[in-house]
Write a protein that binds this ligand. Structure first.
Ligand code: BTN
Length: 329
């Protein structure tokens, strides 16, 4: 959605006004159009579910917003500028990762973001289903063409996961736990997961899709055994999160984290950020790799992002992939 879109300019002005009010004249001047034309654009916003209060001598105030994700509002929360990522918001889609990779295959210039209110075939790691009802959560995929050697990707998901945790901690004032390699938890239940999918040519990553599923606002109506395993951030904090503002902050954070990753600047803060949220360090765990099991005490990650386990005899083992469970004590 274009930053020059008049509806977004109107929303930006109303969101930025200290007392909430902006006069019709100011809006007309900012947009370079007549007050009637401004009114027509406000009408289009009303059709999307926005409501405006008009007060004589003060102007307009935002008095109501649409429920759930709204492309205009989300874009209005993002800083304007030439670096803004194109955002494609879908009501319903099979999987945002699949849509992003279809668009990449079709030649769409990257980076861009695909978001859906609902996924019909949301996917997680190991081919698992990612529960994706339209219930106030975020299903998002970022598409990139990083032109990096494939070996650089080992730390990508971990770096992005620790950035997500930092964003959640700052935005939602609640500290999540990061479970290697890609799980975000509250109260031992899963609030988020990351599915990174890359297509690789001989010595370069052709394209890369970073899929983020975050349980933001859903209110506990989890099907089946998800009741024990899943949680939303709002369930944990007991207060609803402004989904559009949060999605905009997420897009900004991921974009910045991606730039730092590609430039290599991330190396300076990676292990510190990871350690801030790592829930496994010092815990007895079991790593499952196919049908092989390893037990030991988690000792953090190494520079390559491999999980380090200290065995009973003091020796260490490193794991590039696998599924970790906390050993029952
Ligand atoms: C996992 O924990 O196994 C990863 C879950 C990733 C889910 C997200 S939701 C948005 C994107 N689209 C998908 O189909 N999957 C990812």
């Amino acid at each position: 959605m274009s930053a020059l879109n008049p509806e977004i300019t109107i929303l930006r002005a109303l969101l930025a006004a200290s007392d909430g009010f902006v006069s019709g004249n100011v809006l007309a001047r900012e947009l370079g159009m007549s007050r009637v034309a401004v009114w027509q654009h406000m009408e289009k916003l009303r059709e999307q579910g926005f409501a405006f209060e008009a007060v004589r001598a003060r102007g307009y105030r935002l008095a109501g917003r649409p429920d759930g994700l709204n492309a205009s509002l989300l874009t209005a929360y993002l800083p304007p500028g030439p670096d803004a990522l194109p955002i494609f918001l879908h009501d319903q889609i099979d999987s945002t990762n699949d849509e992003a990779s279809r668009q990449l295959s079709g030649g769409r210039p990257a980076p861009f973001v695909v978001i859906a209110r609902q996924q019909l075939k949301g996917r997680g790691r190991f081919g698992r289903v990612w529960h994706s009802e339209a219930n106030g959560n975020l299903y998002t995929s970022f598409a990139f063409r990083p032109r990096l050697p494939p070996g650089r990707m080992q730390t990508f998901t971990l770096w992005m996961g620790s950035n997500l945790c930092e964003l959640i901690a700052n935005f939602c004032r609640a500290t999540p736990a990061l479970k290697w390699p890609n799980d975000i938890l509250f109260e031992g239940r899963k609030a988020g997961g990351i599915l990174t999918e890359a297509r690789v040519d001989a010595d370069e990553i052709r394209d890369l899709v970073l899929g983020l599923g975050l349980n933001v606002n859903s209110a506990g109506a989890w099907p089946g055994d998800l009741v024990q395993r899943a949680i939303s951030i709002a369930e944990h904090t007991r207060s609803a999160i402004d989904l559009n503002r949060f999605a905009a902050a997420l897009i900004g954070r991921v974009h910045l984290a991606y730039s730092r990753f590609v430039s290599g600047a991330y190396e300076r803060s990676f292990s510190e950020l990871w350690n801030r949220y790592d829930m496994l360090r010092g815990q007895p765990v079991t790593v499952l790799q196919g049908d092989r099991r390893f037990s030991g005490v988690a000792a953090g990650i190494d520079d390559d992002g491999s999980l380090v386990l200290r065995g009973e005899r003091g020796h260490t083992e490193r794991f590039r992939a696998g599924e970790v469970t906390l050993a029952k004590t």
